[in-house]
Design a protein around this ligand. Structure first.
Ligand SMILES: Cc1cc2nc3c(=O)[nH]c(=O)nc-3n(C[C@H](O)[C@H](O)[C@H](O)COP(=O)(O)OP(=O)(O)OC[C@H]3O[C@@H](n4cnc5c(N)ncnc54)[C@H](O)[C@@H]3O)c2cc1C
Length: 361
């Protein structure tokens, strides 16, 4: 269930390992535009292993030299991939990227089914899963699955229906908008992070001479900043993001439409079970400040598929449990990184956003 990066990477690797009869089901008719498009240089290797590097390359995603941040201090400091000898990252056309992965699954013999939402999942006496799926017009369909993969993102739709608890460490509300750039060459290719009293801003050029600017705040501030009359002045009050907009001669793409998303840091209490597993954000979701979600979804998709192939070949739960250990270990590493990042910004200790993150690291 779920045709995002995690679902497609799992399907592509399963097909590569000789597992047949793969069906990827998604509730959306088409991948939707959304905030979140920065991927690091290490993505190249996994895209090559998945056999989609040429298709990715042909899509013309924007090269990214790394990131720069005003974090813990007012001035910008640079963290360039090139200095770390890692090559370049990318700012994706996210919709085209997700579509490309789905097309690759279809081209290799997998089946993509769109417009069906999971309603229920029940285990039969034979050990299969009976899935009830609902179309947008309310029509329902039943499908039987010999192995069930939850790749439904932060909804974790399968795991929740199987009664698995989700542990949430933190949650941000992110409110962003896309701008057209009349002078795109005047804006650097790095991603920009700028801390402010209410949270932090993110800005990056994206394909099509556009720029995305987004503010991450406490979920309790979501409604306040989802109002353009609050969001826009907050944007203009920034030091660096506002300067990039100014240099790039940015104008809102259409009327200023704000897109909002919740970004939890969370992990399931169990990532695998009897003939099911969770992968990508459904299994573990990271703060977007880490910019690791898409790469993690692709890599965990590969690891999940290897575990499933091992299980179906007769190795029982052992490969699934090893996969779960890996997901848990990487989440612990991520928590350390998150703590380290938030502890480095101490300019607004009394603001609820920073107070909460310093108090509950
Ligand atoms: C604001 C924000 C900014 C981000 N920025 C970045 C970034 O710069 N770089 C980065 O690497 N990551 C970023 N991320 C994280 C990244 O978007 C995710 O980690 C990544 O999309 C996870 O992929 P996935 O395949 O697990 O889930 P998703 O991409 O969310 O895919 C899940 C799919 O499941 C489908 N689905 C859900 N429920 C059901 C159901 N009941 N039935 C059927 N289908 C269902 C959905 O339609 C969707 O297509 C960001 C996240 C947020 C919220």
């Amino acid at each position: 269930m779920g045709s995002g990066a995690a679902g497609c990477a799992t399907a592509l690797t399963l097909i590569d390992r000789g597992v047949g009869d793969i069906v990827v089901i998604d509730m959306q008719q088409h991948p939707r535009a959304r905030i979140g498009e920065s991927v690091p240089p290490a993505s190249r290797a996994v895209l090559q292993r998945l056999g989609v590097w040429q298709a990715f390359h042909a899509q013309g995603h924007l090269l990214s030299a790394g990131s720069c941040a005003s974090w813990g201090h007012p001035e910008l400091r640079y963290n360039d991939f090139l200095l770390g000898m890692q090559g370049q990252g990318w700012h994706l056309d996210r919709t085209a990227f997700d579509e490309m992965l789905c097309e690759a699954v279809g081209a290799r013999g997998g089946t993509i089914v769109r417009g069906l939402r999971l309603r229920s999942a029940e285990r039969s006496d034979a050990g299969d899963y009976a899935l009830s799926l609902e179309a947008e017009n309310g029509a329902s369909t039943r499908v039987t699955a010999g192995f069930l993969v939850d790749a439904t993102g932060i909804a974790a739709s399968v795991a929740r229906r199987l009664g698995v608890a989700r542990n949430q460490v933190d949650c941000l509300a992110v409110i962003g908008a896309v701008f057209d750039l009349k002078a795109p060459d005047a804006v650097p290719s790095q991603a920009l992070l700028e801390a402010c009293a209410d949270g932090w801003w993110y800005a990056a050029k994206i394909p099509g001479h556009r720029l995305i600017a987004a503010l991450a705040v406490e979920p309790s501030q979501h409604r306040r900043f989802a109002d353009p009359d609050t969001w826009r002045p907050a944007l203009h009050a920034t030091q660096h993001v506002a300067r990039w907009l100014d240099h790039g001669k940015a104008v809102p793409a259409g009327t200023l439409e704000l897109e909002t998303a919740l970004a939890p840091s969370a992990i399931l209490s169990r990532v695998v079970g009897e003939r099911w597993l969770a992968v990508g954000d459904a299994a573990s979701a990271y703060d977007p400040i880490s910019a690791q979600g898409i790469l993690k979804a692709l890599c965990d998709g590969e690891a999940a598929a290897d575990a499933i192939a091992g299980c179906l070949a007769g190795a029982g739960q052992t490969p699934l449990l090893a996969y779960q250990d890996g997901v848990f270990a990487r989440f612990r590493d991520y928590l350390r990184l998150r703590r380290h990042l938030y502890q480095r910004e101490r300019r607004w200790p009394l603001s609820p956003f920073w107070h909460n993150r310093l108090l509950h690291p």
